[in-house]
Ligand binder design. Structure first.
Ligand code: UDP
Length: 413
């Protein structure tokens, strides 16, 4: 099975981290094995490209589709975007000659994949990592993506039921979609106690006379973007007015939202929280940083398509607070494997933090149950097997070729 993966980003967003795991893990991986080979066509350079190189994954930079600066009219901008597609399409057409299947991992990759699919007739899988709604995309983009995916993709992998629901509500073809969650290696989240103690010390979270014990530490792990809701967490922290609580903001602006990063720092100062909040920037050692936390908060202001950090927090054995919308209710069961709160409500968030801080037994029960649950449901062996089988079924069936009648739904995999 030779697969050409397409991805528009050079950054390490959730979709790219997910793709790295799909290509390079276990018996069902797509890095040179006797059964499968995968190569990646990238539309932007950056740390993702470096990670592909480090993992020895064949990859090609085939143009630059980063959003152009908005300095002209919408029509001119659209025209420029169309012109900028020419090089990637040409290059992907060339690479596709040696491939049996195209796998589009991001929206712009889907656009390029759809064009190439028209010329080559290869099966096209679209991995939908996004909720296609006005909260995340423009109306025009949503319509285009739903239509392209429905008409051109052979199969669509939705990363959660929430993502699938919005796609079908917007007119997307349900029969083509299959929900496959992001997968993780549970053992990556087993951090030895020595490392945790050392990291706590480095971060100044260890025992202090003033606090009489380790500081109660909350972790937020997300790129900086207004909808990811770090500002809501700061509001909740101010509401709590509890100086023994420490907040680690892990992440950075990846897709041009640098202004929001500055806004968060200004907000921290304005609320007088400087001594309680640490901005750690984008970090690779997420399991180690999770291990120093007592509580993980994910507080997006818009429904989350998947939200990898929720599962990562679960695998680290930590209680996770998240809003009761988007993917969160699929990942966490309130009071059993996590804690769900009303979305966009800083007071409710503060109350939940207060309640969980006061009850170490509850935190431990939630964390243990979460780790047991997540290591089964989101195990990379399981999810990669699903993806591998889905791709394999498209190659084995000549009916998956677009020149033939529409393929029947292969059913649950
Ligand atoms: N992450 C990371 N370093 C950081 C902050 C986040 O590696 O400093 C990771 C995080 O562990 C998670 C991913 O980035 O695996 C973000 O996943 P999410 O599903 O939120 O995707 P996004 O919406 O950011 O694309």
């Amino acid at each position: 099975m030779t697969i050409l993966f397409l991805d528009q980003s050079g950054e390490l967003g959730g979709a790219e981290l997910c793709l790295l795991d799909i290509i390079d893990h276990g018996d069902h991986r797509f890095i040179d094995t006797p059964l499968a080979h995968g190569q990646v066509a990238l539309f932007a350079e950056g740390p993702f490209q470096e990670r592909l190189a480090r993992a020895d994954i064949e990859h090609h930079l085939v143009g630059d589709l980063r959003a152009p600066r908005r300095e002209c009219s919408v029509v001119r901008q659209r025209l420029r975007e169309i012109i900028r597609l020419i090089r990637p399409v040409r290059e992907v057409l060339r690479l596709a000659q040696d491939c049996e299947l195209i796998y589009a991992n991001t929206p712009k990759a889907m656009v390029v994949g759809a064009i190439v699919q028209r010329f080559t007739g290869l099966p096209l899988v679209y991995h939908l990592h996004d909720i296609l709604s006005a909260q995340h995309f423009g109306q025009w983009e949503c319509r285009l993506l739903v239509r392209l995916a429905s008409n051109c993709a052979t199969r669509i992998i939705a990363n959660s039921q929430a993502t699938q629901r919005v796609f079908t509500a917007a007119g997307g073809e349900r029969d083509k979609t299959t929900v496959i969650y992001n997968g993780f290696l549970p053992q990556k989240f087993a951090v030895d106690v020595g490392t945790t103690i050392e990291l706590r010390r480095k971060l100044g979270l260890h025992q202090t006379a003033a606090h009489g014990g380790n500081r109660f530490t909350i972790g937020c792990f997300s790129r900086f973007a207004p909808w990811k809701g770090q500002s809501l967490m700061l509001e909740a922290l101010a509401e709590l007015a509890d100086p023994t609580i420490h907040l680690l903001l892990v992440g950075d602006a990846l897709f041009g939202e640098g202004e929001y990063g500055l806004k968060l720092r200004r907000q921290t100062e304005a609320l007088g929280l400087q001594s309680q909040v640490q901005f750690l920037g984008f970090r690779e050692e997420v399991p180690q940083l999770l291990s120093v936390c007592d509580l993980i908060v994910h507080s997006p202001r818009a429904p989350e398509p998947f939200g990898r950090v929720m599962v990562e927090g679960m695998l680290a054995g930590k209680p996770v607070i998240a809003p009761e919308e988007g993917s969160a209710p699929e990942l966490l069961r309130h009071g059993e494997t996590g804690w769900l709160i009303p979305p966009r409500d800083a007071i409710a968030l503060a109350q939940a933090i207060h309640q969980l801080k006061a009850d170490p037994g509850l935190r431990q029960r939630l964390g243990q149950a979460a780790a047991a649950d997540a290591s089964q449901r989101f195990h990379l062996d399981y999810t990669n097997r699903q993806i591998y089988d889905l791709c394999d079924s498209l190659l084995q069936s000549p009916r998956s070729r677009p020149s033939q009648p529409r393929p029947p739904d292969p059913g649950p995999i």
